[in-house]
Design a protein around this ligand. Structure first.
Ligand SMILES: Nc1ncnc2c1ncn2[C@@H]1O[C@H](COP(=O)(O)OP(=O)(O)O)[C@@H](O)[C@H]1O
Ligand SMILES: CC(=O)OP(=O)(O)O
Ligand SMILES: [Mg+2]
Length: 397
């Protein structure tokens, strides 16, 4: 039996799942979080219920991936690295170039590097991961699975900004979106749950984690999405601002006497729930503060919720008919009150969530009321499963 590993590097995390193939059984999985902060945290589940849990700093994604590789043998998850015959890496930005996952070679790596400008928090980190694995597993079948691929079906009407057209032609200035592997997975599961072919469904998939994006899926294909040229745009996120008037950005650069690079860094790392609440980027901390009567924390939550309601509403208008809304990722999967609050605001659009069915975390379930004309589904995402399935698909190609 061979093993395949899916490596999912986010902006401040590296997640992985090691699969026995072809059974798709997960033999180990883990999360390294708070990369780049003073203290990091690693948690790896393996064997029959064993857990490795360690607090240690991770300077960057390179260090995190090295750590992960070391633990695979240290913990006895694999005896030899070459038990792992295939590696799939999540890469956020594939531009217009990668319409599908790709087998990694030197040209693909060069292209991922070139596309770093399109996802500065992600692509360089993911490239570090690719190189670290290549060093240890030079002969493994390695692929890159791009967040943007799913969104390459977006019509130009939705992908282009109202800017001079030649900026799109010359510089690729357009919306690319992200989280596509997650939107693709939950859409596929939604079709299964609704008992209808995906190409006959209109869905609005809400990936609400630290990074968050909402996608309008028309007849099974990405039609519009809230993230933009980079994953900074769209709804309010843990530390990212989401949509802001660019003139305000310019105005603030002058007021704060900072460069535009510094400003973009502030919009990526110091804004969103963290910036608004002044407390934390973690939804749970902000909620705890709001419950204790902190008005600024409550405002942060109200804005977060409002932006989600606004995007769902506008996507319902764009789609004309919507079969179902899907909630996924950290907040979407685990925050019961939040799902209820968002959908309650959309009752006039045919949504209805049953509080009893909704009283669950991280379980795939239809949580709609009996009379809802638009269904609400809770679907835990599984980007790693999509990655490992792409490995199999490309291996056979
Ligand atoms: N029970 C919960 N209630 C509210 N928010 C939660 C809960 N559990 C996790 N979260 C939120 O989920 C976020 C992480 O989501 P995740 O999808 O793992 O993020 P990412 O992949 O973008 O790093 C955290 O910031 C946290 O605020
Ligand atoms: C694209 C993106 O925001 O990814 P993540 O949520 O993993 O940081
Ligand atoms: Mg993520």
């Amino acid at each position: 039996m061979s093993k395949s590993i899916a490596v999912n590097a986010g902006s401040s995390t590296v997640k992985f799942k090691l699969f026995d193939m072809p059974s798709e059984k997960v033999v180990a999985e883990g999360l390294i979080e708070r990369i780049g902060l003073e203290m990091g945290h690693a948690k790896i589940k393996y064997g029959d219920g064993q857990v490795h849990d360690e607090e240690t700093p991770f300077k960057d994604h390179g260090v995190a991936v090295e750590y992960l590789l070391k633990q695979l043998t240290n913990l006895g998850i694999v005896k030899e690295y070459n038990e792992i015959t295939a590696v799939g890496h999540r890469v956020v930005a594939g531009g217009e170039f990668f319409k599908d996952s790709a087998v990694i070679d030197d040209d693909v790596m060069a292209k991922i590097d070139e596309l770093s400008e399109y996802a500065p928090l992600h692509n360089p980190a993911e490239l570090m991961g690719i190189k670290a694995f290549k060093e240890v597993l030079p002969d493994a079948f390695a692929i890159a699975v791009f967040d943007t691929s799913f969104h390459t079906t977006m019509p130009k009407m939705n992908a282009l900004y109202s800017l001079p057209y030649d900026w799109y032609e010359k510089y690729g200035a357009r919306k690319y979106g992200a989280h596509g592997t997650s939107h693709r997975y939950v859409a596929m599961r939604a079709a299964d749950m609704l008992g209808k072919p995906l190409d006959q469904l209109n869905l609005i998939t809400c990936h609400i984690g630290a990074g968050a994006s909402i996608t309008a899926i028309k007849k099974g294909k990405s039609y519009d999405t809230s993230m933009g040229f980079t994953p900074l745009a769209g709804i309010t996120m843990a530390t990212r601002s989401g949509d802001v008037d660019p003139s305000l950005v310019n105005f603030l650069e002058h007021k704060l006497n900072i460069s535009s690079d510094e400003m973009v860094d502030m919009l990526n790392h110091k804004s969103g729930l963290l910036g608004l609440s002044g407390i934390s980027s973690d939804m749970r901390d902000v909620q705890a503060a709001a419950e204790k009567g902190n008005d600024q924390a409550q405002l942060a939550l109200d804005i977060f919720e409002n932006r989600i309601v606004r995007y769902i509403g506008s996507y319902m208008a764009e789609l004309g008919h919507t079969d179902a809304i899907v909630f996924t990722a950290g907040v979407g999967e685990n925050d019961i009150e939040f799902r209820q609050a968002v959908t309650d605001q959309l009752q006039g659009f045919g949504l209805g969530v049953d509080p009893e069915k909704n009283n669950v975390r991280g379980v795939e379930r239809d949580i709609s009321t009996a009379d809802a004309t638009v269904k609400t589904l809770l679907i835990p995402t599984d980007e790693e499963l999509m990655i490992v399935r792409d490995i199999e698909r490309l291996r056979k190609a």
